[in-house]
Write a protein that binds this ligand. Structure first.
Ligand SMILES: [Ca+2]
Ligand SMILES: [Ca+2]
Length: 87
């Protein structure tokens, strides 16, 4: 019985992480526009990125790290393509 429970939990964890990985680009695009790009200029500034993640309880230090990771061309803003992981 215990093993069955463990197997069920294991399955749920794998299932959930797959759901997350399979998040569609439409969902990400929507989040880019509604959650991050507050002034609707088409890019996420570092300040927008940090303040949005602050509302989610994320530390500024971590947000800066993620911002630099997403900002592929290091111009200080994240475009939609950069956000979606395209070139
Ligand atoms: Ca913006
Ligand atoms: Ca950029």
């Amino acid at each position: 019985m215990k093993n069955l429970l463990l197997a069920t939990f294991g399955f749920l964890i794998i299932f959930n992480s797959n759901l997350f990985a399979a998040e569609s680009s439409e969902v990400k695009t929507k989040r880019f526009k509604t959650a991050f790009d507050k002034n609707s200029d088409g890019v996420i500034s570092e300040a927008e990125f940090i303040s949005t993640r602050e509302k989610w309880g994320k530390s500024k230090e971590e947000s800066v790290k993620f911002f630099r990771f997403h900002d592929k061309n290091k111009d200080g803003s994240i475009t939609l393509d950069e956000f979606l992981g395209k070139k």
